[in-house]
Design a protein around this ligand. Structure first.
Ligand code: PEP
Ligand code: MG
Length: 580
């Protein structure tokens, strides 16, 4: 049994067989083969070596003819290495004597060779390691054949263990069969983590390297509450986790009974609980949990993973599905927040050195007006079917906000001229997720109908910590007093101006912050749909006066650790069943 500690990003427990992906997205098969399959596996290796050899010889001849023998010699070296008898003997022995699969034998042996080269002092020789990795990939391609298809064509339940998954790869995971996932890299606020919650499967990221210790078909447990991954669990551990799964199910059933009750504090203050969604189908998850509306629709997921830029009709259909389902409940559609870790195929950005500080979000929209206008048209057209609000992400300056509003006004005028119906009074809001926006919040509140605080980005830009980097996860902290002060300022500015203030970062769905946020004056939370029952339970269990005391005390503390343990203790005291 082997335990790995990572970062918990989506709750729940999953127990099942591993599907292992290497860092190029190859599916790595089982490590062992049956004793009676050894001869046929050796033959498979033979075929792969022969096919790879023919390919290399072809490349060698073609390159030599085009560019001369000096360049053809690069491939000749690969050819020689592939035909090396010592290498071949090692591979055969691993299959024959240790019953390793040919893929595993190839990967293990060639990586070991490659590492020896990499560690050489001589730079020229060290770079030869890449030639060896190239041979490894070529052999694996031939061995894996159709099984290279990665995560498609699943036929049974699996836990995906991968080096990394991008937000769009995660979005495309097969919801029928993928029961949970683990990645070696990744941080707390990454969009990969956010999509895991949308899929409602347990997930752990940022475990560090472990894929070489596991192979396809091995048994594993993902504990998405503790951020734990257990490889090769023993019977006792499996039984314990099965029991825990049962308990979680019982708690979920208890919370479900709150579905039709209002989110109201013990002293009668009404709170609104909205859902965050990434995909239209999640609107059903929100209805099921009794959400008061959609507080954040991350529309950029329409672009991610799509082959071409979605046209107006694709947008329109998606928005109509959500808006019509919610009826008289409000739907806040955020204009696309592409860039940083959410990269679509277009507009194809240059590789940026600091993508989180680069051309993302509203900046990208203002540079790609036709794309922006297409989306705004679809949002406006959908507004006749319900209560739509539009929201601009990552607004940093007042001028930027005014520019976005001008584009919207222009699109409205166009629709008017064409006689297309839309809600003329559609509320316009902005995300507050850059410290500069908080500093200037008194100006912003004169320009918008509502604010929504995006703590995922606000934390990263305030504390200068990349939200998707596991190496600095200890520094990424919602409890930081600087972050709390900024949140407090934004809530207060909205209150003074009497405009609604929502909070839609991951923090609003985390039980330990509910009392603090209520105490700071927040009356609207937008959370991943699965968290709605829990947050409602806390709201209904506490009184505002107590929350104000919690907020007041928190704001006097000077470090995140003290604040967090104080908040944890307060939650344990008042709603023990939900304390972490
Ligand atoms: C946020 O930054 O808190 C937010 C809600 O936006 P996203 O997570 O999509 O960047
Ligand atoms: Mg954000």
């Amino acid at each position: 049994m082997q335990k790995l500690q990572g970062i918990a990003v989506s709750p729940g427990v999953a127990i099942g067989e591993a599907l292992v992906m290497d860092n190029e997205g190859f599916r790595i098969p089982r490590r062992f083969v049956a004793r009676d399959a050894v001869e046929s596996e050796l033959e498979r290796l033979d075929n792969a070596v022969r096919a790879a050899g023919e390919e290399i010889a072809h490349n060698r001849d073609a390159v030599a003819e085009e560019l001369g023998h000096k360049y053809g010699a690069i491939f000749e070296a690969h050819y020689q290495m592939l035909g090396d008898t010592q290498l071949r003997r090692e591979l055969d022995d691993m299959i024959r004597q240790r019953h390793y699969s040919p893929e595993y034998a190839v990967s293990r042996t060639l990586r070991r060779y490659g590492q020896v080269f990499q560690n050489l002092e001589n730079r020229y020789l060290a770079e030869r390691a890449n030639d060896i990795f190239d041979i490894e990939k070529r052999l694996l391609r031939h061995l894996l054949g159709r099984r290279r298809e990665g995560l498609s064509h699943l036929t049974s339940p699996v836990l995906v263990l991968a080096h990394n998954l991008t937000p769009s790869e995660t979005a495309n995971l097969d919801r029928e069969f993928v029961q949970g996932f683990v990645t070696e890299v990744g941080g707390l606020g990454s969009h990969t983590a956010i999509v895991a919650e949308a899929l409602e499967i347990p997930a752990v990221v940022g475990t560090g390297p472990f894929l070489s210790d596991v192979s396809g078909g091995d048994l594993a447990i993902i504990d998405g509450d503790q951020g734990l991954v257990i490889l090769h669990p023993d019977e006792e551990t499996i039984a314990r986790y099965r029991h825990e799964k049962e308990e979680l199910r019982t708690l979920a059933v208890q919370l479900e009974s709150l579905r039709d009750l209002p989110a109201e504090t013990a002293d009668g203050v009404g709170i609104k609980l909205f859902g965050n969604i990434e995909f239209p189908y999640e609107v059903d998850h929100c209805v099921k949990r009794g959400a008061d509306g959609i507080g954040l629709y991350r529309t950029e997921f329409l672009y991610l993973g799509a082959e071409n830029e979605p046209d107006e009709e694709v947008h329109y259909e998606a928005y109509c599905r959500v808006v019509k389902t919610m009826g008289q409940r409000s739907v806040t559609i955020r204009t696309f927040d592409l860039g940083a870790d959410k990269i679509a195929h277009w507009p194809s950005p240059e590789e940026e050195r600091n993508p989180f500080l680069g051309l993302r979000s509203i900046r990208l929209a203002l540079r790609n007006l036709p794309m922006f206008r297409t989306q705004l048209r679809a949002i406006l057209r959908s507004s006749v079917f319900g209560r739509v609000q539009v929201m601009f992400p990552l607004v940093t300056t007042v001028l930027e906000l005014r520019q976005a509003k001008m584009v919207l006004a222009d699109v409205m005028e166009d629709l008017d001229e064409r006689g297309v119906a839309f809600d003329r009074d559609m509320p316009i809001g902005m995300m507050v997720e850059v410290p500069a926006a908080v500093m200037m919040i008194d100006h912003f509140v004169d320009e918008v109908d509502f604010l929504s605080i995006g703590t995922n980005d606000l934390i990263q830009y305030t504390l200068a910590v990349d939200r998707s980097n596991a190496d600095v996860v200890g520094l990424y902290n919602a409890s930081d007093p600087a972050v709390l002060k900024l949140i407090s300022m934004a809530i207060e500015a909205g209150r003074k101006k009497s405009i609604p203030v929502n909070l839609c970062g991951q923090m609003s769905g985390s039980a330990i912050y509910t009392m603090l946020l209520l105490g700071l004056g927040l009356r609207q939370f937008s959370v991943t749909p699965g968290a709605i029952p829990e947050i409602k339970k806390i709201c209904r269990s506490v009184a505002i006066a107590d929350c104000e005391e919690v907020a007041r005390r928190s704001l006097t503390m000077e470090n995140a650790r003290d604040i967090k343990s104080y908040l944890r203790e307060e939650l344990r005291r008042r709603v023990p069943e939900l304390a972490p």
